[in-house]
Design a protein. Structure first.
Length: 488
């Protein structure tokens, strides 16, 4: 392949450039103006607990994220609690995923396909969101990229030259380990296995490959099965996810359309290992699988299958590689500028998205901003209420802002109750506690994002405030609200 970059240097550059590019995009605006939203607040407050306290909590709630919480606990212990510690693992994970995309693309479709796909991954809007997110989904994408790279390396072996020999078992073991770790981070990532099965079918893999893939894949599933079964007992945590509707299909349909167009440019053929044979199943199967699961129980959230974006990036890279090959006969000197030019144009076209994802307004709320308002408005001895109780996360992440305030509804703290939000007293006791206070701060959702609460405790709080108190201050900031009440 004609290229201005010497062949000896292409090996390291193919993964190094996309990794550094992704790292730069991830570090840009990493703190999001010192904002943390409710999902990240869960990570923050759990990571601050001891290992024993985390394990106790997992028995009641969020077992599906147990491995991630333990990992973040270790990082918080070593580096301290900060937005950088919270989000940097996701940045590094997407950088690793970009490197995997680049290496896969180079192996299957050439240098420019690999480089283009690796650079494109971090520009995808869904990836932009989770690139700077203190949650496990970027780590799952990195694991899916690694397992796919390992599978491609095994399928790329010269027929009969080692697929059944001692050379391949370490890679098969690493493959199973990558799939298992991803499943322990989010067990819906097991949808990567049917995606890889579709690739094996496409390339007409031999019986030996099928047997090994089945055996090692089964080991990964068996390792994750206890978590899958146990987490089903905590399914109330996802009861808020709405049932599947037709408008939810628009996003997956667009992704599949883009991927299919890029696949056509790759000119796929059945029986041949190609970027399309790997990327299209990795994009399509998890999306379709999650849709199928959601018909039984609503679970359709795009972050659960974020790892499918690895497949889309691979397909985009294949399309760019095909464009370079088509242009080269006409413009041999300019063909090498096509991929950098396309990426540059994409950066400019997506600039509103890039800026938006790095703004606090890109998330539904900000627990740190409302904590700042509480610190300004609160006085020693004031009572503080949270509606719903989950909004207590702002006090758990920013305890100094609530120093001197009395959480009168709380009966057992989150740590003592081994829960995320603690256990509140009965409505009658909450009412009695409020009647003994002259000033109350209510922390709740801003009007534009607030949803009615059917909890009896929340109804009791609202009734007492309405009957006996008057609003003297009301501030809304970044999706949260602080209202100050004084006794009449």
């Amino acid at each position: 392949m004609h290229c201005h970059i010497p062949a000896a240097r292409r090996g390291p550059l193919i993964w190094l450039i996309p990794s550094l590019w992704t790292l730069a995009l991830g570090l840009w605006g990493l703190s999001r103006q010192d904002s943390v939203w409710r999902d990240e607040a869960a990570t923050w407050q759990v990571a601050g607990r001891s290992t024993g306290e985390i394990v106790d909590m997992l028995g009641n709630v969020d077992a599906v994220h147990g491995l991630y919480y333990l990992l973040m606990h270790g990082l918080f212990e070593v580096f301290g609690a900060s937005t950088t510690t919270l989000r940097l693992p996701s940045v590094l994970a997407v950088a690793a995923a970009a490197a995997c995309v680049a290496v896969i693309g180079r192996r299957l479709a050439g240098f420019w396909a690999g480089l283009g796909g690796g650079l494109a991954l971090a520009l995808l809007p869904a990836v932009q969101f989770h690139l700077q997110e203190g949650r496990p989904y970027a780590l799952v994408a990195a694991g899916a990229g690694l397992s796919t790279l390992l599978l491609v390396s095994l399928l790329s072996e010269v027929p009969g030259a080692g697929l059944s020999g001692r050379r391949t078992w370490p890679r098969w073991t690493a493959y199973a380990a990558a799939v298992l770790v991803c499943a322990l981070l989010n067990w819906l990532s097991l949808l990567v296995l049917p995606a890889h099965a579709a690739t094996l079918w496409w390339v007409r893999a031999g019986r030996g490959v099928w047997l090994r893939w089945t055996a090692y894949g089964a080991c990964a599933v068996a390792g994750a099965l206890p978590l899958v079964l146990f987490s089903r007992s905590q399914s109330d945590q996802v009861s808020w996810i709405p049932p599947l509707t037709w408008h939810m299909m628009i996003g997956p349909a667009i992704l599949l359309a883009v991927g299919s167009v890029c696949a056509l440019a790759d000119r796929p053929r059945a029986g041949r290992l190609s970027a399309t044979a790997v990327g299209l199943p990795l994009l399509a199967v998890p999306q379709l699988g999650l849709i199928g699961i959601s018909l039984v129980q609503p679970l359709f959230l795009d972050r659960y299958v974020l790892f499918g974006m690895v497949g889309l990036a691979l397909l985009i890279g294949a399309g760019l590689g095909a464009a370079v090959r088509a242009v080269r006969p006409l413009f041999p000197r300019g063909a090498g500028l096509l991929v950098p030019g396309a990426i540059g144009i994409s950066v400019l076209a997506l600039l509103p998205v890039e800026l938006g994802k790095r703004a606090p307004a890109s998330r539904v709320d900000d627990v740190l901003a409302v904590a700042g308002e509480v610190a300004k408005l609160g006085r020693p001895g004031d009572a503080v209420l949270f509606v719903p109780a989950a909004r207590r996360d702002t006090a758990l992440v920013s305890p100094k802002a609530f120093a001197g305030l009395a959480d009168v509804a709380l009966e057992r703290s989150p740590v003592a109750s081994a829960t995320l939000k603690g256990e509140e007293a009965e409505p009658a006791r909450i009412r009695e506690a409020l009647l003994g206070r002259s000033r109350v701060l209510l922390v709740t959702d801003a009007a534009k994002v607030a949803k009615p609460s059917g909890a009896a405790r929340d109804a009791a709080k609202a009734a007492v405030l309405k009957e006996r108190f008057t609003v003297v201050e009301d501030r809304q900031v970044r999706g949260r609200r602080v209202t100050v009440y004084e006794r009449r």
